[in-house]
Design a protein. Structure first.
Length: 318
């Protein structure tokens, strides 16, 4: 077991989102027309770190729907993110454990997505071995169906999409006391050696993007940033939260089929790449729409740095 680091953000309450009553009447009318019933109840999903509308709507007929919405004018970045998510969801083949896109409304002013409602819960925090096992099984199914990626879906490679990340170490080394910062930066710069592959990689696998269903299976949500790369990357990213919560993720690396044949040095290279990003972004100004994101990023940076130092036999510094 690794030492647990107390998570600093309020689990499940990290997002400040638009509520149903905040949507313009015409947008609410579009949603009700699309779902075929008036909305009797709207429950905002307050996990995550974005301010767009994301609610489970219960219709007067008892049906349940998951709807996302963002204003192109007031929330341009998030509206474009929802457009991207709609394209990616629509392209996922049958069998991928992901909610299905039911409909899309995009009138140039609002982007609204109707997504399959999934009955389920997020993994427990602190993470449990059972929830981690279920989530890893879900990622195995995901990789099976997304190797190779769907035809016609334009995707960057992991190498191209993350090309700017090694440079974050310039800031990290100038700002933090890291006795082995130069060695970590050198590891991060080698990421093109280890990230290649033919699998669609989600890249944002964490507890608030996973739903565990009552039948013991799981689905992966929020498909905004997929790229093409190595199949073991998503399972590795998943381990960050469990590592910080005290689970023995080294045992997972040693024994789980997702990491079969992956060299320890390859894991260290990828950890170093991600550490530099989190050290830099955690020091950026706190956006008013996401008050907990910097605490979340700094926690991940600390968890990963401790993990890398343990693996390399380094002192951690401050």
């Amino acid at each position: 077991m690794s030492e647990r680091r107390a998570y600093p953000a309020p689990v499940g309450r990290t997002a400040q989102r638009l509520e149903w009553q905040h949507l313009p009447p015409r947008v609410r009318a579009v949603v009700e027309q699309r779902i075929g019933t008036t909305v009797a109840d709207a429950r905002s999903q307050t996990s995550g770190f974005t301010p767009g509308f994301a609610s489970v709507l219960t219709g007067a007929d008892g049906s349940r729907h998951f709807v996302k919405a963002a204003s192109v004018k007031a929330q341009r970045m998030f509206a474009e993110s929802y457009r991207t998510e709609a394209r990616k969801l629509a392209a996922l083949p049958d069998g991928v454990p992901a909610p299905r896109l039911r409909w899309l409304h995009d009138d140039g002013e609002w982007v609204v997505l109707g997504i399959e409602h999934v009955e389920g819960r997020a993994p427990h925090r602190p993470w449990t071995d059972a929830d981690l096992t279920t989530s890893l099984s879900m990622l195995a199914t995901t990789a099976e169906h997304l190797t190779p990626p769907p035809a016609g879906l334009a995707l960057d490679t992991f190498e191209d999409a993350f090309a700017g990340w090694p440079a974050h170490w310039d800031y990290a080394r100038a700002t933090f006391v890291l006795p082995h910062g130069a060695e970590a930066a050198a590891l991060a710069a080698r990421y093109p050696e280890v990230c290649g592959g033919t699998t669609l990689v989600h890249t944002d696998v964490r507890d608030d993007n996973i739903l565990l269903r009552p039948d013991g299976t799981a689905v992966l949500c929020d498909w905004n940033w997929p790229v093409v790369g190595a199949a073991w990357l998503d399972p590795l990213f998943l381990l960050i939260g469990p590592r910080g919560d005290g689970l023995d993720v080294e045992a997972v690396l040693a024994g789980h089929p997702a990491f079969a044949g992956v060299e320890p040095e390859s894991v260290d290279i990828m950890l170093a790449l991600v550490i530099g990003y989190f050290l830099k972004t955690a020091d950026d100004p706190v956006p008013p729409t996401s008050p907990f994101i910097r605490e979340h990023q700094r926690w991940q940076a600390d968890v990963l740095w401790d993990w890398l130092c343990e693996r390399r036999g380094w002192e951690t510094g401050e």
